[in-house]
Design a protein. Structure first.
Length: 127
């Protein structure tokens, strides 16, 4: 059971990272839309390299729809897609946290029963 809890905790961390990434994408879209002129774009997640770009079509962007499919959509549609994805990830995070809590509780109950049975067996052995 401990392995299941550990696996769910690892899965939870992946969900949280995915949700945070989507939240950053939403914030970035809003920032790009409200900025005039050129913007600095980092080319890697660790910010080793950045370039200045001047978005020609600020209202159009590519949004990952899943399964390596992207769509060129407007700002409002991109935000809607990402907000929907974030809501689904929020729900998955909460469901996973609940499942971890349930398993941890069940694990604790089993441990308590085993300790009680062990104590009873030791008491009978002394009698």
């Amino acid at each position: 059971m401990r392995e299941q809890i550990d696996a769910l905790q690892a899965y939870l961390q992946q969900l949280i990272q995915a949700r945070d990434s989507v939240a950053k994408a939403i914030d970035s879209i809003k920032a790009v839309n409200s900025t005039e002129g050129s913007i600095m774009v980092y080319l890697d997640p660790h910010m080793n390299v950045a370039i200045m770009v001047n978005p020609v079509e600020r209202g159009k962007m590519l949004v990952h729809l899943g399964l390596n499919i992207y769509a060129k959509v407007g700002l409002e549609e991109a935000l809607r897609i990402l907000e929907d994805r974030k809501a689904k990830l929020d729900k998955a995070v909460e469901d996973t946290r609940r499942a971890i809590g349930n398993l941890a509780s069940l694990h604790d109950q089993y441990q308590a029963l085993l300790q009680k049975a062990l104590a009873q067996a030791q008491a009978r052995g002394r009698s």
